[in-house]
Design a binder for this molecule. Structure first.
Ligand code: RP5
Length: 164
């Protein structure tokens, strides 16, 4: 397994689906687990240790509210940790964004965009880029993806551009 994905709750499953489908597109292996920094701290720690022993290369942590999952995992591990802040409550994700992004010096978390559509996708793509450093097949798929991305913008431009 290359990528370990943590969701803070089953209510975060939408972002989980986005991450999983993105990783599958690049043929990157993963484990997805639900564990919480606050509700199941011991379980979180032991999953991190087991993942390191099983050769995980990067951990993606998704959580909302006072989101400490990514920070806690970064404190417990030397693996690169990607944090996806989620808009789960009345503050619409500001709480999770600030909790995830503002780590103290020495304990880095690579924080991506808020939410499932951009955050989940970018979290997964950042993990794919890390894997691509040592996997030429994944690197080639990333190059193809970049071309497809540009083509889709061109197609939208052809379809929706207006002139007077
Ligand atoms: C966070 O609290 C979770 O990651 C979730 O985004 C949020 C709400 O969790 P539930 O109360 O729905 O389980 O820990």
């Amino acid at each position: 397994m290359d990528v370990l994905i943590f969701l803070g709750s089953a209510s975060d499953m939408e972002v989980g689906e986005e991450i999983v489908s993105t990783l599958e597109r690049f043929g990157v292996s993963y484990d997805l687990r639900i564990t919480s920094a606050h509700r199941t701290p011991e379980k979180t720690r032991s999953l991190v240790r087991a993942a390191e022993e099983n050769g995980a290369k990067v951990i993606i942590c998704c959580a909302g509210l006072s989101a400490h999952l990514a920070g806690m995992v970064a404190a417990e591990s030397l693996l690169p940790v990607i944090g996806v802040p989620l808009a789960a409550g009345p503050l619409h994700g500001w709480d999770a964004l600030m909790s995830t992004v503002n780590m103290p010096g020495g304990v880095p978390v690579a924080t991506v965009s808020l939410g499932s559509k951009a955050g989940g996708k970018n979290g997964a793509l950042l993990a794919v880029r890390i894997i691509a450093l040592t996997d030429r097949i994944v690197a080639e798929k990333l190059r193809e993806y970049k071309v497809e991305l540009a083509l889709s913008v061109e197609e939208s431009d052809r379809k929706f551009s207006k002139h007077s």
